[in-house]
Design a protein around this ligand. Structure first.
Ligand SMILES: Nc1nc2c(c(=O)[nH]1)N[C@H]1C(S)=C(S)[C@@H](COP(=O)(O)O)O[C@H]1N2
Ligand SMILES: [Mo]
Length: 400
């Protein structure tokens, strides 16, 4: 057997000794299972029947209203499969016929326009990978660092590849007037949810997307069209989008006044805090998991920022006393999940592990104390404090 090159990198004892699960001296081919004739070809693939990762579906009275969560601790790499992308609906998933659905661009434009899906697909398109995170993700952590595991505490965030038309092209096509300072985006679901977005974002990286991970958007993510505003809080990424109205001031929608604002300690509120600050979480080992034993473990996690690329992730395995720089998986994309990893040998003693992200703007993910100091204790949204997991002597991991 070839020597494992990581042994040198790890500078620990050989992996076999650390994990107790590597090569057996007397391993032979006879111990392998026989090869088999497989099942026939198929037109649309399915995952292996042995795989069980699922979205966490809450028990709710009205199944149209609520959220399911991405099991981030059960996903490898950076891309969230579309079938596991979290969902947040205010009035269920509408059944929209792409042959009938249209997008209206109106308001402060010279030539109001209606685009069919076919029209949109003829226009120059772009493909980019971005996360979507609900501003309510990790909201429980404000009150108490109660999130027992990654899915409950962090599962309102996912990261997929999106394809669509830059909104700028549509605004230019319609002849944006100079009085246009904001646009209102509205979806075709009955909740009549809408959001106000600064026009600079519309002329910048906002997109009207029709595809996700190489296929059409999933109905749960806004089929057939969704507004994507990279790095902005999830709510602003209006699904099933059917109109964009250019206006001279924000509309003061429900979701930007009573919801998704942060009431500060001095009684004022943070409003239109659309850009999500840098955040990270160790997904393995994480709450609810159990380490198989002492020795080698790769600490793995995810980091993301609404301000651009992740520049650095530091990991502490001693409760925050000392920090080590984790390896970041390339390519690091702006406003996208970045996978970080750190080889680690657990000595079997209780420890606390933490991660801290730094983005390319220089922003450093705050501790829970620093964040509460700045924002007070009233908020339910935009929590991005450092997350700490405790590993007990028996290997079980819990939230602290
Ligand atoms: N039309 C419409 N757009 C919507 C919503 C909705 O209920 N209706 N929910 C918003 C919220 S609160 C979030 S967090 C994101 C969730 O996107 P996802 O369901 O694709 O994960 O969509 C946003 N866009
Ligand atoms: Mo949300």
């Amino acid at each position: 057997m070839k020597k494992n090159p990581r042994r040198r990198f790890l500078q620990f004892a050989p992996l076999a000794a650390l994990t107790g699960c590597a090569t057996k001296p007397a391993a032979t081919e006879e111990e392998q299972l026989p090869s088999q004739l497989g099942k026939p070809l198929s037109a649309y693939g399915e995952r292996s029947k042995y795989e069980t990762a699922k979205r966490l579906v809450p028990e709710v009275k009205r199944p149209q209203i609520g959220a399911t969560r991405t099991p981030l601790a059960e996903i490898d790499g950076t891309i969230t499969p579309a079938s596991l992308h979290f969902e947040r609906h205010h009035a269920g998933v509408p059944d929209l016929d792409p042959a009938k659905h249209t997008l209206l661009i109106h308001g402060l434009v010279e030539r109001p326009a209606v685009f069919t899906i076919a029209d949109l697909k003829r226009l120059p398109s772009e493909t980019r990978t971005h996360f979507v995170e609900c501003a309510g993700n990790s909201g429980n952590e404000w009150k108490s660092p109660g999130a027992g595991d990654v899915v409950r505490g962090f599962g309102l965030a996912s990261n997929t590849e999106w394809t669509g038309v830059p909104l700028r092209i549509l605004l230019e096509e319609a002849g944006l007037k100079k009085e246009g300072k904001w646009f209102l985006a509205e979806g075709a679901d009955v909740c009549k949810m809408y959001r106000s977005i600064p026009i600079e974002k519309g002329l910048g990286d906002a997109m009207i997307v029709y595809a996700q991970n190489g296929e059409a958007l999933r109905p749960e993510q806004g089929y057939p069209l969704r507004l994507l505003v990279p790095g902005y809080e999830g709510n602003a990424n209006v699904k099933w989008v059917r109109q964009i109205k250019v206006v001279d001031q924000p509309g003061q929608a429900k979701d930007e006044t009573s919801k998704y604002t942060d009431l500060l300690a001095d009684g004022t509120a943070r409003q239109f805090s659309l850009v999500l600050d840098a955040k990270s979480v160790i997904t393995s080992p994480s709450g609810g998991q159990k380490l198989a034993g002492q020795g080698f473990h790769e600490i793995r996690g995810l980091a993301w920022s609404g301000r651009g690329r992740i520049d650095r992730v530091d990991v502490s395995t001693d409760g925050g006393k000392t920090w080590t720089r984790a390896a970041l998986q390339e390519p690091r994309l702006p406003m996208a999940f970045t996978r970080f990893r750190l080889p680690w040998a657990w000595d079997g003693q209780p420890v606390e592990i933490l991660s801290r992200a730094v983005d390319e703007s220089g922003y450093v993910q705050p501790s829970r104390e620093e964040l509460t100091e700045a924002r007070g204790g009233n908020s339910q949204y935009h929590y991005n404090g450092i997350k700490q997991w405790k590993i007990e002597a028996d290997g079980s991991v819990k939230s602290v």
